[in-house]
Design a protein around this ligand. Structure first.
Ligand code: TNX
Length: 693
């Protein structure tokens, strides 16, 4: 690759502006002698200065974006984000807020001020504009955007602020992976010239987190929201209540959290893990956080089954003035009810005929709805065996509950069981199809019943979307051993399984006329911590992002071109997750990229350099699987050392450091190149100038 002269000039200017340590370093691949001379003369005089450089994201090839844009044309050259760049915004307050989001994404790693200004930007700036005339075709929800990157400028336009927000997620992925770093990393920050027009296939692209089986604090949920938003998800479904825990304060019913929130499913041989609950202020804050990330938060309090926590809290709440002998709420198999902190399901139910049931449920629905800015309320409705409630009791329950939800101003959503015989929930109603059954197999009835009742459908077949399922087949030998269930995944549910299916043709008769989107469900029984949840969620959620966003493709097998293309792009995401501090399962299905950035070597004493030369992302590889070579620029080379934190059973390895030490025979400016290789992936290298002596 030859470096355009504009690039060299920018880098040299940066060298003058950013004096760092004691060497002069620049992007080197293909750097000409002229550039070397320019670099040498460009730095401040005296001892030495440094400006380090990493290579463009994905090398000189095509940007590796997930989810895949509808159309992308790769142009000529690169745009370099420089220290003087501004983010220029036209289109009002919401667009301005997205401009500030972009600045907040880009400032930590670049260290640039990136002022956000009103108006249209000039050369070297990133311009954002919202306006009806910028709407992208075939995009009824206004989530699309157009993005043009030239060597001169970046221009992002959209019909809505949400479209703009989706576009800035793409901008992040056009920059080197190290842009996600929380502290300053050496540039240059280059983006390949591209023209992108992009919009989603589906309206609803959701991720669900179960904080009932294991409590998670608001901060953990916010972290997941931020990550999901960066892959263009727009729904966060929060499973707030289940047999083992009730997680949100409801006024008038303090026992729901004091008793119902005290535990979580027991793991590691414990009967019960610690519980917890959110205040209403915390819930409101998370709703607002989601909204600021253009995600609709949907609360779910499962009913009439999956609610032993409610029953245990309230069946003997004899002093509550709102209740009247509430033992009649309990239609579970156990009388009196008993706590069960195992993974058991299908034993609890609230009674549809109890006035106390509706006093409690109305308070929950009204209070949650009032705090929720989005249009949906999820009433659950899954897995109530007819031995616990008859089908007519079950239908009766939902037929009473749905009008309460609608009266609270929300659209009813539930698991697709809600489409069963006898229910009449009105429209619109959203049914989430979770059964693994496909085609016209037994088990698909809930899908076809939902279509027959005019429901809109979110596709979440467990064997393609359940993020709590183990990656590998069987109950033994799983990765990781302690995490995950496997009831839906007899052949394992790794990335290929999450990618190779199509929501619009999965169940006969359930087509894109009815399907509004997809959702990945992170059930919490075996998952006690955020780190564990991330390990299960990533990288599979990225496959679902593409299922939900990108145009339909032949996603049929591991040999299909669509899957091979996806795996190649996913390989570039490992470094992005690592630099963002996200834990994930470095599945061997993905040939994870080697991705290097330049570090700051120690210079001196005399004409010597040493220490950490470069940082390396290499998910899933042991240090011993990586070969590092350093060419010192004086004709000599040596093996680089690879250090860093290896993987444990449930954490990805950390970033690695590449080190080396060298003494030059004489003072001078040298071009140092660090190259790493590993089997199954392309080598990576970075170069920088060092002024030694
Ligand atoms: C099924 S399918 C459930 C959840 C469990 C999950 C575990 C459905 C709507 N419910 O209650 O947590 O399986 O994989």
């Amino acid at each position: 690759m030859s470096i355009p002269s504009a690039h060299v000039r920018r880098a040299v200017r940066a060298a003058v502006i950013v004096p760092v340590l004691a060497s002069v370093a620049l992007l080197a691949t293909g750097l000409s002698d002229g550039a070397l001379a320019a670099t040498g003369s460009g730095g401040p005089g005296g001892a030495s200065t440094a400006i380090a450089a990493s290579p463009p994201a994905g090398g000189p090839g095509v940007p590796q974006i997930v989810p895949k844009p509808v159309s992308m044309q790769v142009g000529t050259g690169w745009f370099t984000l420089g220290a003087q760049a501004r983010i220029a915004v036209s289109g009002g307050a919401q667009a301005m807020a997205v401009g500030h989001d972009l600045a907040a994404y880009l400032r930590p790693a670049t260290g640039y001020p990136l002022p956000v200004v009103a108006g249209r930007g000039g050369a070297g700036d990133i311009s954002l504009a919202v306006g009806a005339s910028h709407a992208v075709g075939s995009d009824p929800d206004g989530e699309g955007y157009s993005l043009g990157v030239t060597p001169l400028a970046v221009r992002l336009t959209a019909g809505t602020a949400h479209g703009l927000y989706n576009g800035i997620q793409t901008i992040r992925q056009l920059l080197p992976a190290w842009i996600n770093s929380g502290s300053v990393v050496a540039g240059p920050w280059e983006m390949r010239a591209v023209q992108i027009v992009d919009y989603p296939r589906y309206t609803y692209r959701g991720v669900m987190l179960d904080i009932a089986r294991h409590y998670e604090p608001p901060s953990a949920v916010e972290q997941l929201i931020a990550q999901a938003a960066s892959y263009k998800f727009n729904v966060f479904h929060l499973h707030l209540s289940d047999d083992q825990g009730f997680r949100i304060v409801i006024k008038g019913f303090p026992r729901l959290t004091r008793i119902g929130g005290q535990g979580s499913v027991g793991t590691d041989g414990r009967t019960m893990d610690p519980g917890g609950f959110w205040t209403q202020a915390q819930y409101r804050q998370v709703v607002a956080y989601a909204k600021a990330h253009f995600m609709t938060l949907i609360p779910e309090v499962d009913s009439p089954g999956h609610n032993n926590a409610i029953i245990m809290s309230e069946y003997d709440d004899l002093s509550n003035p709102l209740l009247n002998d509430p033992q009649d709420i309990n239609c579970s198999t156990n009388h009196p009810p008993v706590w069960n902190y195992t993974e058991a399901v299908g034993y609890s139910a609230l009674c549809p005929d109890s006035q106390n049931t509706w006093t409690i449920m109305t308070a929950i629905i009204n209070q949650l709805s009032a705090m929720t800015t989005g249009p949906y309320y999820d009433l659950g409705g899954d897995e109530v065996p007819s031995t616990v409630l008859s089908q007519s009791q079950y239908a009766d329950f939902l037929n009473k509950e749905a009008p309460i939800v609608r009266a609270a101003g929300k659209t009813v959503m539930g698991w697709a069981d809600i489409a069963g015989a006898g229910t009449s929930l009105g429209t619109p109603t959203i049914a989430e199809y979770w059964n693994p059954a496909s085609g016209s197999q037994s088990g698909t009835e809930t899908g076809t019943e939902a279509v027959a009742k005019g429901m809109q459908i979110v596709m979440a077949p467990a064997n393609h979307t359940y993020l709590d399922q183990k990656y590998l087949a069987g109950s033994a030998g799983n990765v990781p051993a302690t995490l995950g269930l496997h009831w839906a995944c007899s052949t394992g549910c790794d990335v290929d399984q999450f990618y190779n299916w199509d929501p619009g043709s999965y169940v006969n008769g359930v087509t894109d006329r009815n399907v509004i989107g997809v959702e990945g469900a992170m059930w919490g029984e075996t998952v006690p911590t955020l780190s564990d949840a991330e390990y299960m969620v990533f990288p599979r959620l990225l496959a679902l992002s593409e299922i939900g966003w990108s145009p339909a493709a032949q996603r049929t097998s591991e040999q299909s071109p669509a899957y091979q293309d996806f795996i190649g792009r996913l390989a570039a995401q490992g470094a992005r997750l690592q630099t963002a501090g996200v834990n994930f399962y470095p599945t061997p299905e993905v040939p994870w990229d080697l991705d290097l950035s330049v570090a700051q070597p120690t210079v001196g004493p005399g004409p010597s350099i040493g220490g950490t030369l470069a940082n390396l992302s290499s998910p899933g590889r042991a240090k011993s699987a990586i070969t590092a070579t350093v060419q010192w620029g004086d004709g000599s080379s040596s093996t680089g050392t690879v250090t860093g934190t290896p993987a444990t059973g449930t954490t990805v390895n950390g970033l690695y450091s590449i080190g080396g030490d060298h003494r030059y025979a004489q003072a001078g400016v040298y071009l140092v190149t660090v190259t790493t290789t590993a089997s199954g992936t392309a080598p990576a290298s970075v170069s920088f100038f060092v002024r030694a002596g």
